[in-house]
Design a protein around this ligand. Structure first.
Ligand code: FES
Ligand code: FES
Length: 160
C-alpha cells in the first residue's frame, strides 16, 4: 500500500505528512501529529471521545479517513481546551477523564453555536458524548456553566 501525501491545517498550523491510504484521522492526530489529547474510546463512532472540529464542525475522528481532511482545517482539544477546561474542572465534570476531550470540544462548539439548543436540550445534544464515570449530571452542569455562567442547574434549565 503506497502512502499518500496529506496536507491540512491543524490547530491553525500547516501540516504535511505521508499517511497510509486507510489511516484514520484519529490515529494521524495521535501518532503522527502528537495530539494525544484526542482519545479513542469505542473506535466505532459511538462515544464521542475522539471528537475534533473539521472545518468548524464536530466529527468523530475515529470514523474519518485521514485523506478526507486534505486541504481542510482540523482543531483538536489542544487548541480549544484553554477556553473551557477551567469552568469544566470547577464543576467536577471529569473523573477518569477519558471522555473529557470530546466534551471540551463539543462545549467549545456549542458556545459558538447556541442556536442548536433551540431544538434540543443540552442533555439531548450531548448524548453523543458518553461518560461511564459521572452519571452525566456533573457533565451537563459543567457544560451549562460554560455556555451560561449563571446556569447552575443540573442540566434541565434554560440552556440545558
Ligand atoms: S472513539 Fe470515536 S466515537 Fe468513540
Ligand atoms: S469521566 Fe470517565 S468516562 Fe467520563
Amino acid at each position: 500500500m503506497t502512502d499518500l501525501d496529506l496536507s491540512f491545517t491543524l490547530n491553525g498550523k500547516p501540516v504535511r505528512l505521508h499517511v497510509r491510504p486507510d489511516a484514520r484521522l484519529l490515529d494521524v492526530l495521535r501518532y503522527d501529529c502528537g495530539c494525544t489529547g484526542t482519545k479513542e474510546g469505542c473506535g466505532e463512532g459511538e462515544c464521542g471521545a475522539c471528537t475534533v472540529l473539521l472545518d468548524g464542525l464536530p466529527v468523530n475522528s475515529c470514523l474519518v479517513p485521514a485523506f478526507q481532511v486534505a486541504g481542510r482545517s482540523v482543531e483538536t482539544v489542544e487548541a480549544v481546551a484553554p477556553e473551557v477546561t477551567g469552568p469544566l474542572n470547577r464543576t467536577g465534570t471529569a473523573q477518569c477523564g477519558a471522555c473529557s476531550p470530546g466534551i471540551v470540544v463539543m462545549t467549545r462548539w456549542l458556545r459558538e453555536h447556541p442556536e442548536v439548543l433551540q431544538d434540543a436540550t443540552l442533555r439531548q445534544f450531548m448524548s453523543g458524548n458518553l461518560c461511564r464515570c459521572t452519571g452525566y449530571d456533573s457533565v451537563i452542569s459543567g457544560v451549562a456553566s460554560v455556555l451560561d455562567p449563571k446556569e447552575t442547574a443540573g442540566g434541565e434549565g434554560t440552556s440545558a
